[in-house]
Design a protein around this ligand. Structure first.
Ligand code: AMP
Ligand code: MG
Length: 500
């Protein structure tokens, strides 16, 4: 079945589109139309992001805005297209994936001169939909909205959510569910899988063209380097080492780190079965389809390296015509990943403990705390926040996490000794800790509660409130205590499902 061509009229200038992907990368996508939907309703518009992106909201009626964010009308200047890519999914290679339920409307340049993709997710079938319907349910759409905006507020590179619209149609999943469309904003949607698609087909010139485009868009300073393609690999390795360290520091499990879900820009993308940990558990897995725990919390750094190795393979032919030499070059690069990652992670962990300049034996201090937290199933987010109170002389909240506090007390003594020799005053340490240890994360039970109300009775008030609280994760908010707590016991073991 071909995508529904729909009936579209261009409406006035909501976006100042400037579409480089469509113009420069012919052969890397297929042009495509959105499907029309029966009765779209705006669930949420991210007005702050709209303003950063220079959207002309004042000049476009609310009705036209809803029509645009639902795909019923195309905004002026849009060049809608589905990008093609491949990818390793749970270790197995799929030579053709691509945007099956997403459509790039175009690119905009924001107030800081940064370029962003504007994409509709759930807007109907494309050439790459395979057996799927190209649609999205309101659950996965609002989940991505909540999670991606929370990650942004937490200071973690991520795609953003600009709008969520209910389409007014029911789509078939296990049962019929209300359909919705997310407008997603990303530095770009170029994935490791985009390179893999062309490399697997032996299209070396296309790999080069894509690499040139990625360099110009994300790492323009590399253009002049000796071997720009090797430098590109190095830059992506660095961006991903930093990104994954931030996931590990905040307790985030992505859940489906396939190579088609890993960006060249270093942004978190594709919020499907992801979740935040409550109690600290290195083996935490939430995705119902990740039976082997391939994408468990502690596996994220090595999986990132595995994925980057797939990127390196895809770039070999453009890195050096002598393939042995190319392999040698990328191997050196890839081997540096664990060290790069560990350095970022340890620096981040030290900040969580109020230490600014990391020393080598800080690793033991950190690991010993984590081991204790694991043993006593300590809530990851609140313990770190409560540690700052210990420095003001109030042990109570921190102690409550441990049924046996003797070993924890010994650890606290070591930590206090370490802080005494650090260059920061206690006040400065507390300040540093409170800047990096959030009070509010998207607690799984709160996310589910918000989605349930939206799915079952189209009540978006819990979703609204949750998004609002998560907008300021590091600041104590009056009357919002319920958002700080981990899930109650009755919530049980948390299982997530892929976001279709
Ligand atoms: P994901 O697991 O979300 O990364 O998606 C993997 C691939 O499946 C991508 O190529 C998606 O575009 C495609 N896909 C997922 N859901 C649908 C759907 N409902 N209709 C068409 N394609 C889909
Ligand atoms: Mg994906």
């Amino acid at each position: 079945m071909m995508p529904d061509p729909g009936v579209h009229t261009y409406v006035n200038m909501l976006f100042n589109f400037d579409n480089t992907y469509a113009q420069q990368l012919e052969g890397f996508y297929s042009s495509c139309q959105t499907a029309t939907v029966p009765s779209p309703k705006l669930i949420k518009l991210n007005t702050k992001l709209a303003s950063e992106l220079n959207l002309n909201l004042d000049d476009v009626s609310v009705n036209d805005q809803i029509n645009i964010f639902s795909g019923n009308q195309l905004p002026q200047g849009a060049a809608p297209l589905a990008q093609v890519y491949a990818g390793h999914q749970f270790g197995g290679f799929s030579p053709q994936l691509g945007d099956g339920r997403a459509l790039l409307l175009g690119e905009v340049v924001d107030k800081n001169s940064s370029r962003f993709d504007v994409q509709l997710k759930g807007s109907g079938r494309t050439l790459y939909s395979r057996g799927g319907d190209g649609k999205a349910g309101v659950g996965p759409v609002l989940r991505e909205y909540i999670l991606s905006e929370a990650m942004h507020a937490l200071g973690i590179p991520t795609t953003r959510a600009l709008a969520a619209v209910a389409t007014g149609e029911k789509i078939m999943r296990d049962t019929p569910v209300p359909g919705a469309i997310l407008t997603r904003v990303a530095a770009s949607h170029i994935r490791i899988g985009t390179f893999q698609y062309f490399a697997a087909r032996g299209e070396t010139e296309k790999v080069r063209q894509l690499a040139d485009y990625a360099i110009a868009r994300h790492y323009p300073e590399l253009k002049e380097s000796n071997n720009p393609y090797l430098s590109l690999l190095e830059a992506v390795c660095d961006a991903q080492a930093l990104l994954v360290s931030k996931w590990m520091l905040i307790g985030f499990v992505h859940g489906v780190m396939n190579t088609d879900n890993m960006t060249i820009s270093g942004e978190t993308i594709d919020y499907g079965p992801c979740a935040f940990m409550d109690s600290y558990n290195p083996a935490a897995v939430y995705s119902s389809i990740d039976k082997q725990g391939r994408y468990a919390f502690q596996n994220q750094p090595p999986i990132a390296q595995w994925n980057l190795t797939r990127l390196a393979e895809s770039l070999l032919a453009v890195i050096d015509t002598d393939q042995e030499r190319a392999v040698e070059l990328v191997t050196k690069n890839l081997n540096e990943f664990p060290e790069k990652y560990s350095t970022y992670w340890l620096q981040g962990m030290c900040c969580k403990l109020g230490i600014k300049s990391t020393q080598q034996n800080d690793l033991d201090l950190v690991n010993d705390l984590l081991a204790e937290m694991h043993e006593y199933h300590v809530d990851y987010t609140s313990l770190f926040r409560d540690l700052a109170d210990v420095l003001t002389g109030d042990n109570k909240a921190a102690h409550k996490h441990f049924s046996n506090t003797m070993k924890f007390e010994q650890w606290l003594d070591r930590w206090r000794d370490r802080l005494a020799s650090s260059e920061l005053t206690i006040t400065a340490s507390i300040e540093l800790m409170n800047q990096v240890n959030p009070i509010y994360i998207p607690r799984n039970h709160k996310v589910e509660e918000a989605l349930e109300a939206a799915i079952s009775v189209s009540d978006y008030s819990k979703f609204e409130m949750l998004v609002d609280v998560l907008n300021r994760p590091y600041l104590q908010q009056f009357g919002k205590g319920e958002y700080e707590q981990p899930a109650p016991k009755e919530f049980g073991e948390y299982k997530t499902f892929c976001g279709t």
